[in-house]
Design a protein around this ligand. Structure first.
Ligand SMILES: [Zn+2]
Length: 540
């Protein structure tokens, strides 16, 4: 017999199911403060439908032994996702998305620590605490005999079927209308994409050669090239680019020896997504050649001895994308084993680089140096001797202690980075060989330059995050033998997406499909549309 009244009417037996509405209440109440108004209504409705689905599933088990188990699981499920949703809004003012999750999955690349280290503040703790309160009440019931059976009769088959149908209906609505609000779905789907993308990357890029490059030729004379990949270093804080503080004294000293590109951007503001584009032929998500190939593979195929010398932690739970790309090198050295919350100094790469260059058995070498650079936590990126900026910066948009301290620490880290780059150049100078050093940063950080924010994330994607340094140094021998570079190249607008073409040309490597117009130092260079975040025209 189907008793409709029994299903919709309040019944003491269902008393504990009401706790399932608590997370929804939190999303409404806390959300009204935290969630921006244009996302608010959709989030409420989406979470309401999800709560209803869980409620119906629990109702299905009402008066059975499994009811309590489902009740607790249902509550944990809803509370967890409400917490994730609210805390993410609290932190970033934007909905949690698959690209954010993608970055979080790349835990060992350090990007996740950007998300997570700032994540746990008093607001998040308070939120977590509030979600735990109902659990205390519910657990009290766990040890008590099941008293809340009420007057319900056992569910008929028809009733059960209807409940199940209604729950499925909710799931269907969520899938159709609220896919982006559905964190469990987004997580699973993103995770699948992530694993697949990672496998494809590994198959294509973690091997010494690539079918993407055909007809590779190069010079056979001795050559030593160093490509330095910086980290989180924005040109907005570099003296070489007009910053008011003297953050680049050592490079400024030899400025006449450098080619400093003024208008270069990165295609993404996260290490993993940026380096995938910068170091491989991939352009945007839609113009990813298959098979893809990296500059490291190209160097291998051109007969160079290749090195990947990294001061970033190589493996966490899963290999990070830069590690996958780097592992194509014939020699890999990972110097840092600590994560980003520890003191890691780039000075550690200098003796190793020296040692590699002393080895004279290989006449053609390319060394990729992946720095820790100016990655947060800034104050852990430079030794005490480089603590030069301690008083409030002369121009500071935000005059509070945190802004002053973070700006000073970032500028000190840039000062140390300046020292490292100069030392690398000095090591090459001593060699007196045919060599160049290329330096760029994967992306920059916003450090109170345009808004009240420290770090980088693509939602905000501010100019200091996209606008990166790119500079070159050439040895005397290189300059004499290579001939001249066209004049007035430094103001060319360029995206690091095209770096493989500049790299190939500088390293005298030819391959089928090489496009000189994408080499920023070539006389036939043509400025292209600069696409960021896969589809957005940066200059518009
Ligand atoms: Zn980075």
């Amino acid at each position: 017999m189907f008793n409709f009244k029994d299903i919709i009417q309040y019944n003491p037996a269902r008393k504990n199911s009401l706790w399932l509405l608590f997370p929804l209440g939190m999303v409404i109440v806390a959300g009204s403060f935290i969630i921006p108004s244009h996302y608010f209504l959709k989030e409420i409705v989406a979470f309401g439908v999800m709560s209803l689905a869980v409620f119906l599933v629990c109702d299905f088990f009402l008066k059975t032994r499994s009811y309590k188990t489902f009740l607790y699981l249902g509550y944990l499920f809803l509370a967890f996702f409400a917490f994730v949703k609210l805390s993410f809004y609290h932190q970033y003012n934007v909905p949690i998305s698959s690209s954010a999750l993608y970055v979080i999955f790349e835990t060992n690349s350090g990007e996740a620590s950007d998300y997570l280290s700032n994540y746990f503040n008093w607001g998040t703790y308070l939120l977590a605490f509030l979600f735990l309160i109902p659990l205390i009440f519910m657990l009290k019931g766990l040890f008590r005999k099941n008293k809340f059976q009420g007057t319900l009769t056992k569910r008929s088959f028809l009733e059960k079927s209807l409940l199940l149908l209604a729950a499925l209906g909710c799931v269907f609505i969520i899938q159709k209308k609220f896919r982006t609000q559905n964190i469990p779905y987004a997580t699973v789907a993103t995770w699948d994409d992530y694993i697949l993308a990672k496998e494809q990357l590994k198959d294509a890029l973690a091997i010494p050669t690539s079918n993407a490059f055909k007809g590779v030729t190069s010079k056979s004379t001795p050559q030593t090239y160093v490509v330095v990949i910086g980290e989180s270093t924005s040109r907005w804080h570099m003296q070489l680019y007009g910053y008011h503080r003297k953050t680049n004294p050592r490079l400024a000293e030899i400025q006449h020896e450098l080619v400093i590109m003024d208008s270069v951007i990165t295609p993404h503001v996260h290490t993993i997504t940026a380096l995938e584009k910068i170091l491989t032929l991939a352009d945007t998500e839609t113009t990813k050649p298959s098979p893809n190939g990296s500059t490291i593979q190209l160097a291998n195929m051109a007969g160079f001895k290749t090195y990947w010398l990294s001061n970033q932690k190589p493996v966490g739970l899963y290999e990070s994308i830069p590690t996958i790309i780097g592992s194509a090198a014939q020699n890999t050295r990972f110097l840092a084993t600590d994560d980003y919350n520890h003191q890691i100094y780039d000075g550690d790469v200098l003796p190793v680089l020296n040692e590699i260059l002393k080895n004279t058995t290989d006449s053609k070498k390319i060394i990729f140096v992946h720095l820790i650079g100016t990655h947060v936590s800034y104050e852990k990126r430079y030794p005490k001797a480089f603590e030069k900026f301690t008083t409030p910066s002369e121009i500071l948009k935000f005059q509070h202690t945190k802004a002053i301290e973070q700006t000073n620490a970032y500028d000190n880290a840039i000062l140390y980075n300046d020292y490292i780059l100069r030392e690398i150049i000095e090591i090459l100078k001593k060699e007196k060989g045919y060599s160049y050093m290329a330096y760029f940063s994967d992306h920059g950080d916003e450090v109170y330059d345009t808004m009240e924010l420290v770090g980088h994330n693509e939602y905000h994607g501010t100019r200091p995050m996209f606008e990166v340094p790119l500079l070159f140094w050439f040895s005397e021998k290189y300059k004499n033998l290579h001939g001249f570079f066209p004049k007035n190249v430094t103001d060319r607008t360029y995206s690091l997406t095209d770096f493989p073409y500049t790299f190939a040309s500088l390293s005298h490597i030819q391959f089928k499909g090489y496009d000189a117009s994408r080499n920023v130092l070539d006389s036939t260079f043509v400025a292209r549309k600069r696409i960021v975040k896969d589809s957005i025209d940066y200059d518009n």
